[in-house]
Unconditional design. Structure first.
Length: 365
């Protein structure tokens, strides 16, 4: 096992565990109940996955799916749910979103004076850390929740970058996937922060749970790598031949369209439409992002129509010429067809030798 592969695999999962533990600590501090520390046991799943990956895959990733990212979602999403449901009981200062951190020099001087003497430097470090943690606890709840959301999405992108890739995905495909994840994370953060910060939404717990459910559903696209990989399909049945070729040739494009329509922009549009149509909630940003979702959904449907018409035209053109429509990502079938064609030519060559060779044989006879 390569040293860098092992290091990247362990460091990335360690970052996931630390961030998850910070979320559990915030839930425990907000709820004032130690029983919420049991959420930290979810990290045992990530530890088990780390051991299995190191043993069977030598630290590298799997094809089309990242178990580490999926288990990280399982570890951190419950904490964010509890923080969002408990949101609003503690407000920031005069300016919304302002971080109220007052780490004064007097606190550190007092801790230094109290630690100076018998305990020495180690006690001084411990006292300083306690003062710093106490000051962090004074940050208002809304800022803590927003910061966890932001670092969560950033860590998803950075973690996917640091995780060792498998043999099925190339560096070029990984770079495309990371660029898509950056845009996706920005849209998801806008959806969560823009809808959950509305005052009328905060008064309706059923609506908060519905928004969080849609937010959780949108996060399920991060463990999957289908957006940059083609799915090979080998189907010999005539009834399934054309759909298989369509899925084979445009698998990445069809996956992107499906994600936008059913996982991200489609559900986001439905939630925002319900907020404006049923609950009569209107503001400038809500209207803008609803229009953005409508535009994206329309363009994705247009892209789907273009792909279908282009594939249909290609199939009809090849059928008129009497050619077999082979998908470029199915080298096995194309190679088999070419091999069969060469074998037929060889049989014809053996059965009917060239004229020059036949004349030479007759003269010798």
């Amino acid at each position: 096992m390569e040293l860098m592969v092992l290091l990247n695999a362990l460091v990335t999962r360690l970052l996931f565990v630390l961030h998850s533990l910070i979320g559990v600590w915030r839930v425990t501090a907000v709820k004032k109940e130690p029983k919420y520390w049991l959420l930290a046991l979810l990290n045992l799943l990530l530890c088990l996955e780390t051991g299995l990956t190191l043993k069977f895959k030598q630290g590298r990733g799997y094809k089309w799916f990242s178990p580490a990212i999926f288990l990280y979602l399982i570890c951190i999403v419950p904490s964010l749910w509890l923080l969002e449901i408990h949101h609003g009981t503690q407000y920031c200062g005069n300016e919304p979103g302002a971080v109220q951190v007052n780490v004064s020099n007097q606190d550190f001087n007092q801790s230094r004076e109290s630690s100076h003497g018998s305990e020495g430097t180690d006690h001084h470090i411990i006292q300083t850390a306690k003062v710093f943690v106490n000051q962090l606890s004074t940050i208002c709840e809304t800022v803590w929740t927003l910061a966890l959301h932001q670092t969560f999405l950033l860590l998803l992108v950075v973690g996917r970058w640091l995780l060792p890739i498998g043999v099925e995905i190339t560096r070029d495909q990984l770079s495309q996937l990371l660029l898509m994840f950056v845009g996706t994370a920005a849209d998801i953060l806008e959806f969560a922060s823009e809808t959950l910060d509305i005052e009328d939404v905060r008064k309706n717990y059923a609506l908060i749970n519905a928004i969080l459910a849609v937010w959780t559903w949108s996060m399920l696209q991060f463990p999957l790598d289908l957006a940059v990989q083609h799915i090979g399909c080998k189907s010999s049945a005539p009834a399934r031949w054309i759909p298989s070729l369509l899925l084979c040739r445009y698998s990445a494009e069809l996956w992107n369209i499906g994600v936008s329509l059913f996982i991200q922009d489609g559900p986001f549009f439905i939630v925002r439409s319900i907020l404006m149509g049923h609950f009569r909630i209107f503001n400038q940003m809500l209207v803008f992002f609803t229009a953005k979702n409508i535009l994206v959904v329309t363009l994705q449907l247009y892209r789907l129509a273009v792909i279908t018409l282009d594939f249909r035209a290609t199939v009809l053109q090849k059928s008129r010429k009497g050619e077999v429509c082979c998908c470029p990502c199915e080298p096995y079938e194309a190679r088999a067809h070419a091999t069969g064609h060469q074998e037929n030519e060889m049989k014809e060559f053996v059965a009917f030798p060239p004229k020059e060779e036949s004349q030479a044989l007759s003269e010798n006879h």
